[in-house]
Write a new protein. Sequence first.
Length: 253
Amino acid sequence: MKKIGIIGCGWLGIRIAALMADEYDIYTTATTQENADALNARGFNASAAVFADYQRTSPYPEWYVINELDAVIITIPISDKTCCVSSLYNRLQNLSSFIGDFKGQIFLMSSTGVYPDISQEFTEKDVPLEEVSGERMMKNKYPQINILRLGGLMGDNRLLKNYNVSNLDFAVNHIHYADIAAAISEMIKKGTQSELYNVTAPVHPTKEQVIKAQKNLPYHEEEAAKGKKILSSKLSSDLNFIFQYPDPTFFHL
């Protein structure tokens, strides 16, 4: 059985681990020993690792299992929108020390937040990875890396109706966590390397349509959505990928 490493086993990582556990031996990291113990209790081989450690005077220690892994999935934040460039650099330096000179498949979870908030459709070509600091740094270190720009993470307890939402007539760019795991699994099987994909559900209803559906209220299905739409057509075309949850209106079912 192949071995998969998931770095940053939070809300998304733990769901990917659970969905892939039947096919792969899973190794994970968590930010605290308490969380690592909880992951170990579920059968995931977990270690505590904190990459936002800026006080280190020596290289971050290498992951004990890295040379046994077939693929690594990185879910820790790598956006310069959440930290300054110098802090991002330190975080990625710690991360690269942790996985060393890994030559297997690597999957970096990025975000569709890299696209500007203007009303148009976006593909990967509209914002090349060279223009995104975290993506560029990781690509320079690991040329084989696959970068997945994820839409808003939804499914299970994450429902739009539970949030304070504005611009109700704007489109959602959401993705169900199960489709993220399925896309990664398909890429592992195909041996995919060095790709950049948007990963968003292909249907883009309005926020109001999604919220009303989740509240079991009537809504206008033909209402046109405003705002930006992130297209995942490259993922669908390259992998012949079929979304299990193509329409965010029905993620709650």
